[in-house]
Ligand binder design. Structure first.
Ligand SMILES: [Zn+2]
Length: 210
């Protein structure tokens, strides 16, 4: 299996760029998988999220090397650490988690997000009224890291935090945003798995805990 085939198996829930990066650490049938095992795997993942990037022009080539991979892995680790501290443990009342947030992880998020200076610039075109256009400084791979960090900040630092969940399906390490009152799992496949396990326990006479 080469890296590009592998990257197609990496979950992309599309709730948020930051959580999609966090979820490149995933499991298949309980076994931990590394979705970003090489620069080539990172390249494949970037191609998949690229249509959702707003700071990186489609025309801009993103060339990634080992150093970039290390930066993405460090940012992922920071996002997973903060999400793990803050995600509500159950899908009920939205109460935040108990663990203290790691300050070094926060510093890393802020350092990346700081790259994304944006400003409004006035665009003139002949024969029409001037219009305000958004410009940003972040470009290349650094800009992508900045955009992902900014997305994480927009979850961790706002009311959206009440929707952050760690999937409670056994062995599932993924995070998602509970954007619907009835949404319980990161993906439908986790719900299917949990229901099948419950049905099995019922059939075999084992105690069903819930
Ligand atoms: Zn799950």
């Amino acid at each position: 299996m080469n890296d590009h085939e592998h990257v197609e198996n990496v979950p992309l829930i599309e709730d948020s760029l930051a959580l999609d990066l966090a979820n490149t650490h995933y499991t298949v049938r309980g076994a931990v998988r590394e979705g970003l095992a090489s620069p080539s795997a990172l390249d494949g993942w970037l191609q998949r999220i690229r249509p959702r990037l707003t700071h990186t022009p489609a025309s801009e080539a993103l060339v990634v090397g080992e150093g970039d991979l290390a930066e993405f892995l460090a940012l992922r680790s920071a996002i997973r650490s903060i999400a793990g501290s803050l995600a509500a443990a159950d899908s009920g009342d939205g109460a935040a988690g108990e663990r203290a947030v790691d300050e070094a992880a926060v510093d890393l998020l802020n350092a990346h997000a700081g790259i994304l200076r944006t400003w409004q610039s006035l665009a003139l075109s002949i024969g029409s009224v001037p219009s305000a256009v958004s410009r940003s400084e972040g470009s290349g791979v650094g800009g992508v890291l900045g955009e992902i960090a900014a997305d994480a900040i927009a979850i961790f630092g706002t009311d959206r935090l009440t929707t952050l969940r760690a999937c409670q399906a056994p062995g599932c390490p993924l995070f998602f945003l509970k954007d619907h009152p009835r949404r319980e799992w990161c993906r439908p496949s986790c719900g299917t798995r949990v229901r099948a396990a419950r049905a099995y326990r019922k059939r075999t006479g084992l105690v069903v805990e819930d």
